[in-house]
Design a protein around this ligand. Structure first.
Ligand SMILES: C[S@@+](CC[C@H](N)C(=O)[O-])C[C@H]1O[C@@H](n2cnc3c(N)ncnc32)[C@H](O)[C@@H]1O
Length: 204
């Protein structure tokens, strides 16, 4: 299976990179206003945001489940001003592990909230509101995993949908015209297995 994003450059395939850039921008803006703030990275995994946004004076917390933190400790040992927390983000006791709360708190939660139940997410936000009432948070909230793929598209205004559709069609057309036959055949096979019967022109 070839990677179609390499061929037609669709923006949605680049989403992890775009998300990291957006998160970095938000954190940098907060840290510029609050240079000695605490930043909490929830579900850190092997996330390296700290190394990109550190201003030399923030306090940083990377939280993840114990097995993930164990691996992190081996591969990325705790730098100065960074604390690792081996707990679930749903365990309210991690809030007590955050020190230096008086000069601002910024929380990031990337790539995780979609995996929780709605009731858990509500509890999670109540917990944040109770413990860090003046904090700011950045998180991503893609469509629910069982939603129809097209649902996110409807969130955009009509004119923007038209514009996005036009860019997509142009990119797809451009790729289709220049792709080697074996790749066209592969795409054609995929398309014919889709529920919606949309066939590219020129192949019957
Ligand atoms: C898809 S990765 C996202 C990693 C990183 N935040 C990013 O954006 O690249 C999901 C991470 O969430 C962690 N995770 C899953 N459930 C968790 C929980 N209840 N509490 C804390 N971390 C959790 C996993 O261990 C994993 O590192």
């Amino acid at each position: 299976m070839f990677n179609i994003s390499r061929k037609i450059n669709l923006p949605s395939f680049e989403s992890p990179v775009l998300r990291a850039k957006q998160f970095d921008d938000k954190i940098r803006a907060y840290v510029a206003e609050n240079p000695r703030a605490s930043v909490v990275s929830l579900t850190a995994g092997l996330d390296a945001t700290f190394y990109r946004v550190d201003n030399g004076s923030i306090h940083w917390y990377d939280l993840d489940l114990p097995p993930a933190i164990e691996v992190r400790e081996q591969l990325l040992p705790e730098p100065d001003r960074v604390t690792y927390i081996a707990k679930s983000l749903l365990d309210p006791s991690w809030c007590d592990d955050i020190e230096h709360t008086e000069e601002g708190i910024f929380i990031m939660a990337g790539g995780v909230l979609p995996f929780f139940e709605e009731s858990e997410i509500k509890k999670f936000f109540s917990m944040l509101a109770d413990n860090f009432p003046r904090s700011e948070i950045v998180f991503d909230a893609p469509l629910k995993l069982d939603d129809d793929f097209g649902a996110w598209f409807d969130m955009y205004p009509k004119e923007q949908q038209d514009e996005m559709r036009a860019v997509w069609c142009e990119a797809l057309k451009d790729w289709w015209e220049n792709a080697p036959q074996d790749q066209r055949d592969e795409v054609y096979d995929i398309i014919t297995t889709l529920k919606t019967s949309v066939k590219p022109k020129g192949k019957e």
